[in-house]
Design a binder for this molecule. Structure first.
Ligand SMILES: [Zn+2]
Length: 421
């Protein structure tokens, strides 16, 4: 049975922890984590286990045409739009036990408690397991929720192939999770996703709960600078068209832009390619990616505009040609204020330490936020480590995050008109 602390119904922390550890055994990794990449046999086995548990908890199961699973428990009024809560069960090739899985199984635990305690609720509650959040086998990431939100269409998703040429559509069919009903927007009363932070902030601040206010925006730009190759010995410095002249100014300037918009801005230059790539030749071409992020959409645009102007100036002054290719853009997302306030209130009432935080990584909530009131709950993870088999979270923090989720779901699932009276 689920304990209470006198005032509140709480989740059964041992049961939640047990389901997390049992799920981790499916596609168990070599170093204590999991390898349950999307639409593999291990992903199917993980889904099968989730579906069995959800049925045992009294849920009905619906699967949409891109394999998103919705485990539904009706409330007093089945005609009301549902409260949606969950995350993803797929992992990186060397994934941890908590990324995504925590959000799905914490929502399942909430539904188990609501059912066994007979807690009355008006709205239906649906536990969601999104398909292919990680994107490591099938790019892009967050594909299942992306189709539902309308960012991608179903045919696009089916045609995506992995590195061996297997398509998303055929693999979905093969594991038996190509469902019937359309992957499309519908009325959702609230979407709430619990997740490990995947960063170091909560641990460093000594806080148990992160009340997530949004997801920072990001641009991936590739910068290509083209000059002229020449011999490193005979060519005087002032007669060269050396891409490094501009690159060094651009790199220093790009990091300077991050400093200027500190502490929220992030600028990363993760690679650099020189062509032809010979130690005694001035390169003809330099290509490097810039990953640039900020939680506020207009500030992010300002940063990108400054970077573009910098590339232009530096290239002209070094007599180079330049090109800036946009590879990817994740819009900055602000979560629903009422839902964020509700999560904050519940964390406080339960007596947990908490702080507001912006997500540094993308999540399926990015997509649900486009058509439904959305918010997220973070718990700390050890050393901020994720996408690593060593990913770890503390039992108490997992329980705390799931308790905040349970309380938030219960509150959100009451008919708002009754709540107001
Ligand atoms: Zn995740």
């Amino acid at each position: 049975m689920s304990p209470t602390n006198g005032t509140f119904t709480l989740i059964n922390a041992d049961r939640l922890w047990g389901t997390l550890m049992e799920m981790a055994c499916i596609g168990a990794g070599k170093a204590g984590g999991s390898n349950r990449q999307a639409l593999t046999d291990a992903d199917r086995d993980g889904r099968d286990l989730f579906v069995r548990w959800a049925r045992e908890a009294g849920c009905s199961i619906a699967i949409d045409e891109v394999g998103n699973i919705f485990a539904r428990m009706d409330g007093r009024d089945p005609s009301l739009p549902p409260i949606l809560s969950g995350s993803h069960l797929d992992t990186q090739a060397t994934g941890g036990r908590f990324d995504g899985v925590f959000g799905v199984l914490a929502a399942l635990e909430a539904v188990r408690v609501i059912a066994e305690q007979g807690i009355e609720h008006d709205h239906p509650i649906e536990v969601v397991c999104w398909t292919n959040e990680e994107g490591c086998r099938f790019a892009p990431a967050m594909l299942g929720s992306g189709v539902v939100s309308g960012v991608y269409d179903t045919e696009f998703a089916y045609a995506v192939v992995d590195k061996d040429g297997a398509s998303f559509g055929s693999e979905l069919e093969r594991i038996g999770y190509r469902g019937e009903f359309p992957a499309a927007r519908r009325a959702i009363a609230a979407a709430i996703e619990a997740h490990i932070e995947q960063g170091p902030i909560l641990e460093a601040e000594g806080k148990t709960i992160g009340v997530v206010t949004g997801i920072q925006g990001a641009y991936w730009l590739d910068i290509v600078l083209t000059g002229q190759s020449c011999h490193a010995g005979p060519t005087p410095m002032n007669m060269r068209r050396d891409p490094w002249r501009a690159a060094s100014a651009i790199i220093a300037g790009a990091l300077g832009i991050a400093d200027q918009y500190a502490p929220s801005a992030r600028v990363t230059i993760g690679d650099m390619k020189a062509e032809p790539g010979s130690r005694n030749t001035v390169p003809e071409r330099l290509t490097f990616p810039v990953d640039i992020r900020h939680p506020d959409a207009s500030t992010l645009e300002e940063m990108v505009a400054k970077l573009r102007a910098l590339v232009e100036r530096a290239s002209v002054s070094a007599r180079l040609e330049h090109e800036i290719k946009q590879i990817w853009h994740m819009p900055a997302t602000r979560f629903d204020e009422q839902l964020v306030d509700l999560i904050e209130r519940e964390a406080g009432e339960l007596g947990y330490s908490y702080q507001r935080i912006v997500s540094g990584a993308g999540h399926d909530s990015l997509h649900t936020a486009q058509f439904a009131p959305t918010a997220m709950i973070f718990v700390p993870c050890e050393d901020g480590l994720s996408h690593n088999e060593a990913e770890a979270a503390r039992y108490e923090d997992i329980a705390a995050g799931a308790n905040v989720l349970l309380r938030t779901i219960i509150r959100a699932a009451q008919n708002s008109q009754q709540q107001d009276s």
